[in-house]
Structure formats: structure tokens, C-alpha cells
Design a protein around this ligand. Structure first.
Ligand SMILES: O=P(O)(O)OC[C@H]1O[C@H](OP(=O)(O)OP(=O)(O)O)[C@H](O)[C@@H]1O
Ligand SMILES: Nc1nc2[nH]cnc2c(=O)[nH]1
Length: 183
């Protein structure tokens, strides 16, 4: 269904801001310091998980002051929906992964199926190490048995958008993280 600009603006007006820009920036600084301690001498390959990882990846790598390469992987589980289903692989990295220290960056650690599948695939590519980072951790007890190596701010178990995350494809560009009214 097509959303009108009025409908989208109403969603944003009624939404609750759960994480503001200053908190996100502090989270990014903290994660960047941990990553620097672990990877600054490893010439890592950073893999952005598109689309949600786009903004967190840009914000994190500008805080990493050491040599690194960037590529992306495109896998989606939610599409335009608010409930996840099976993972749809849309694009694989073009960079050779063999013997590389890989850092995967995504926006949110929700149930963990997306990162778990990506880690599983990367481990088959003869990488030297694989680490994962997310800006947001959604609090609930429906997690897989993986946990990202670097995890940011905890948020309530609601449907979120902003800072990479979309509502029906929109609002990834917002500086804060919002929850839909009633979710
Ligand atoms: O921990 P999980 O329950 O697997 O959910 C997390 C994933 O869901 C979102 O992606 P989505 O499938 O919505 O695609 P998108 O990045 O294009 O929005 C998000 O960007 C993560 O990749
Ligand atoms: N936009 C969005 N994508 C998600 N993927 C997993 N959880 C979420 C969420 O709360 N919002």
C-alpha cells in the first residue's frame, strides 16, 4: 500500500523518541573505542548490512582512525513488514574474504537471525575472524544464541524506526530512534 506524506508525517508526530541523537553519538563513541582496541592493527574489512546498516556504518567508520576497507552485504528478513521471516540474500561482498578480519555492522540486534546467518556464511569463506556490531539491542527473550561483539543501547520491545531502520521503507534518515505509537 502506498503511504501518503500526511500519513507518514502523522506516524512520526505520534511516535515516541526512545533514543536521542546525543545518546546515539555517545554509544557510537563507546563502540568505536572498543573496535579500535581490537582491530586497529588488523586491516579489517568492514561489511555494512544493507539497508539498515548504512547510517550506523557511516557513523562508526568515521570514528575509526585506522586503515580499513568497506564493502556491503545485502540480506533482509523483514522487507516492508514489522515481523521477520526467512532471510532473503540480495547481494554478497565483492571483496575477497579469505584470511580477512571482518567486522559486520548492522543497526539493530533484534532476534539475531540476520547476524547469525551472516556469521555462518562468513565462516564458510575462510575469514580469519568475524566480529559483529549493532547500535541497538531490542530487549526481549526471543533471541537466537548469538550476541554481537559490540552492542549499543538497549531499547524496549517495540517496532522502531530511524537511524537506519525503516517504517515501510521511510524514515531511515532520522537522527533519533523512534517507536510507533501503540507498538
Ligand atoms: O535480529 P533480526 O531479528 O534478524 O533483525 C535485525 C535485522 O532486521 C533489519 O533488517 P531488515 O530485514 O528489516 O532489512 P533492512 O535492513 O533493509 O531494513 C535490521 O537492519 C537487521 O538487519
Ligand atoms: N525498522 C525495523 N526493522 C527491524 N528489524 C528488526 N527489528 C526491527 C525494528 O524494530 N524496526
Amino acid at each position: 500500500m502506498t503511504n501518503t506524506i500526511d500519513e507518514l508525517n502523522k506516524i512520526l508526530e505520534e511516535a515516541d523518541c526512545l533514543v536521542d541523537e546525543a545518546t546515539i553519538n555517545a554509544t557510537l563513541d563507546n563502540i568505536a573505542a572498543q573496535i579500535t582496541a581490537d582491530l586497529s592493527d588488523k586491516l579489517p574489512l568492514v561489511l555494512c548490512v544493507m539497508n539498515g546498516g548504512l547510517i550506523p556504518t557511516a557513523a562508526l567508520i568515521e570514528r575509526l582512525k585506522f586503515p580499513l576497507e568497506v564493502d556491503y552485504i545485502h540480506a533482509t528478513r523483514y522487507g516492508m513488514e514489522t515481523e521477520g521471516s526467512s532471510l532473503n540474500w540480495l547481494s554478497y561482498p565483492q571483496t575477497s574474504l579469505k584470511d580477512r578480519h571482518v567486522l559486520v555492522i548492522d543497526d539493530i540486534f533484534d532476534q539475531g537471525h540476520t547476524l547469525q546467518a551472516i556469521i555462518g556464511w562468513l565462516e564458510q569463506q575462510e575469514t580469519r575472524s568475524v566480529r559483529t556490531a549493532t547500535i541497538i539491542n531490542k530487549l526481549h527473550d526471543r533471541k537466537t544464541d548469538m550476541t554481537p561483539d559490540y552492542v549499543g543501547t538497549d531499547v524496549a520491545d517495540r517496532f522502531l524506526f530511524g537511524y537506519g531502520m525503516d517504517y515501510k521503507g521511510y524514515f531511515r534518515n532520522l537522527k533519533g530512534i523512534y517507536a510507533i505509537k501503540g507498538s
